[in-house]
Design a protein around this ligand. Sequence first.
Ligand SMILES: NC(=O)c1ccc[n+]([C@@H]2O[C@H](COP(=O)([O-])OP(=O)(O)OC[C@H]3O[C@@H](n4cnc5c(N)ncnc54)[C@H](O)[C@@H]3O)[C@@H](O)[C@H]2O)c1
Length: 246
Amino acid sequence: MRGLKGKRVVVTGGARGIGRAAVERLLEEGARVAVIDQDAEGCRALNSALPEVVTVCADVADEAATEQAFTEIEQDLGGLDALFNNAGISAPRAFPELSAAQWRRTLGVDLDGVFLCARAAARRMGEGVIINMGSVSGMLGMPGYADYNAAKAGVIELTRTLALELAPRLRVVCISPGYVLTPMQEAEYSAEEMAALNARIPLQRHADPTEIAALVAFLASDEATFITGSNLVIDGGESAGGTASL
Ligand SMILES: NC(=O)c1ccc[n+]([C@@H]2O[C@H](COP(=O)([O-])OP(=O)(O)OC[C@H]3O[C@@H](n4cnc5c(N)ncnc54)[C@H](O)[C@@H]3O)[C@@H](O)[C@H]2O)c1
């Protein structure tokens, strides 16, 4: 990718899953990478595998901790050029059983966390790009995911508004994956459920995290300098046919 070498990129939720794949791809492209993740053990493991990555253990839903994390990273990297706002949680729950505490926590991490990190980055960046993690779940209804889907729909709309407000200084883009094979996904579905899901996806499989990481690297690079305000769907065709594919 053109223009990623030496770029200073923050990846939230970079200790595992899609975030970790993005960290590895960005390093391959010559970027300098910092990770904010609440999983202390995951940060330690990341640090021993990839010692060049700056890691800060923090909860993105916590305003003070997020500000502190960005201040530390800005000092370590000498500035910021890109943010991949990826950290997120998901736990399916039938709507009548959905507690207010779970609703607040999901919105707190998946939407407030994106807001807090985007604001912290926007305050510190000169020019650059913010890539927010949406989901096909933020575009379509899906039983059992009221909190998650509401948060992701919020991320898609927040992206459009920030793209307008922060242009031309910053580009702000959302990516919306469908099913991606990560620890989050493996925790939610049995092998049989996974096979049934795959059968309903036009490309007949989950995405590999590296396929999402490739899109992130492209969007962070100078190959994507005219893309802002978009929600880029990467879902193997899952959302192409509306109810027909679901
Ligand atoms: N896996 C999928 O199928 C899929 C599909 C669409 C969108 N997404 C989104 O992609 C993102 C990453 O998902 P994943 O599947 O890699 O998940 P994952 O659970 O495998 O990894 C998430 C990472 O985020 C970190 N994290 C969670 N809450 C945090 C918090 N409050 N503060 C800081 N770090 C936190 C975790 O410690 C973990 O390292 C999420 O936003 C998710 O909603 C995933």
